[in-house]
Design a protein around this ligand. Structure first.
Ligand code: FEO
Length: 423
């Protein structure tokens, strides 16, 4: 099968169901941060019923010509009764304003969260707004002998996302979920090159921070009869599509087993040039440990790379970071870990910072700012200690650890306020 096959026309997935998307083989990064060694595809679909034609998603604006050429090869604009928007990110909604101009009679089906976003997206286009129909799980559209049923699957990976299921054919139009950035004009999973690395990379970088939502979506999808999964990027999955659902369940399921069987976990990361920040870390860890009910782990970042800690961090309840201040900043190994946290959900975990310093000591505040920026809670003010911690300062480190443990376990001490303090 030549790699150039299928590039110029709509591609039939099932009788009356076509891919009308676009190929972007030369893209090398997506959303700036994601590497795309094989480019990507923007998948859009057309479903023909006896009484109506549905278009499901569109493409990035700069690929509109490809989309409209393929669409016109299988449907007239006047036939389009239904436009389904599974996701509004511009790589899928870019051609929408023009599609609405060409098929103004079409009703637009989307999630309720998508409605306000779509109004904002269409503002620059002006003109009469289309008829929006907000839908949720089990709502459906009858195309005449063919039914599109919706599944409410938010946060995969935007709040607006949904999936659409073609009941009679068992085809799931899944949006970004089950997709990957892998452009191969042979299109179908059983014909394209090996894209497994891309499927896993896409999950790790796009879906992983939303794994609870992934599990909710998988629970909705698992009972469906599936012949094909038609995602918004990459190969159309028609060879054992259920395997991909199963893989998503595996990927989103917590993978670490907490052998200590204690309720809460605290990870203490540190790096130390002369042992001062290390002593602070050890004292903090000992203070947390002493309270009981918390599994405390201590890691020297001088001996580890950021990536290996990702799974631990995803499962942990609290993270403490210790760094010396060098040239007014925390040191790079600490930033490496902190910058890797965008691929996991750390919102609501507890955070803390500490460190020894020579003369300025900015690292602690900078780390705290970063933790707050990532939406961790930082309930206890960080500790900065000038050069070598003395006995009293190490006691303060122990106290920081104990306070963190108290917050973690809900054993906060009730402070008795002396009325005289209020005077
Ligand atoms: Fe493929 Fe979230 O856009």
């Amino acid at each position: 099968m030549p790699l150039a096959a299928h590039t110029d026309s709509a591609v039939e997935i099932a009788p009356g169901v076509h891919w009308v998307g676009a190929l972007d083989p030369h893209l090398r990064s997506f959303d700036i941060i994601l590497k795309t060694a094989n480019g990507t595809t923007y998948n859009a679909y057309v479903v023909r019923g006896e009484t109506g034609v549905a278009v499901i998603d569109t493409v990035k604006e700069s690929f509109s010509d490809d989309f409209f050429r393929r669409l016109e090869s299988v449907a007239d604009y006047a036939e389009i009764t239904t436009i389904v928007l599974n996701h509004l990110e511009p790589d899928h909604s870019g051609a929408l304003p023009e599609l609405l101009r060409r098929a103004p009679q079409a009703r637009v089906y989307l999630s309720s969260r998508a409605q306000m976003m779509l109004k904002a997206l269409l503002k620059p286009a002006g003109g009469k707004p289309p008829e929006y129909i907000p839908v949720t799980t089990d709502d459906s559209v009858d195309l005449g002998g063919r039914t599109l049923r919706f599944l409410h699957t938010p946060y995969l990976h935007w709040p607006d996302t949904q999936c659409t299921y073609l009941v009679e054919d068992g085809i799931l139009f899944s949006g970004d979920i089950f997709g990957c950035h892998f452009c191969d004009p042979r299109l179908f999973s059983d014909r394209v090159g090996d894209f497994r690395f891309s499927f896993e990379y896409y999950y790790a970088h796009i879906m992983r921070p939303f794994r609870e939502h992934v599990l909710d979506a998988v629970a909705l999808i698992e009972p469906l009869e599936l012949t094909v999964i038609a995602p918004a990027h990459g190969p159309i999955l028609r060879q054992q599509p259920r395997d991909y659902v199963h893989r998503y369940r595996e990927l989103a399921t917590p993978r670490l087993f907490n052998e200590a069987r204690v309720e809460k976990t605290l990870l203490v990361f540190y790096i130390s040039a002369y042992g001062n920040t290390r002593r602070m870390a050890e004292a903090l860890a000992a203070g947390a440990e002493a309270l009981g009910g918390v599994r405390v782990s201590l890691y020297d970042l001088e001996g580890g790379e950021a990536g290996v800690f990702t799974d631990l961090i995803e499962e942990a309840d609290a993270l403490a970071f210790g760094s010396p201040t060098i040239n007014g900043d925390a040191v790079k190994p600490v930033w490496d870990v902190l910058s890797s946290l965008t691929t996991v959900n750390v919102k609501g975990k507890l955070g803390a910072a500490f460190g020894s310093y020579g003369w300025s000591g900015e690292a602690v505040r900078l780390i705290e700012d970063r933790l707050r920026g990532l939406k961790l809670r930082v309930p206890v003010e960080g500790l900065r200690i000038k050069l070598v911690p003395d006995t009293g300062e190490l006691a303060a480190c122990r106290d920081l650890g104990e306070q963190l443990a108290r917050h973690l376990t809900g054993r906060l001490e009730t402070r008795v306020i002396d009325m005289a303090e209020l005077a």
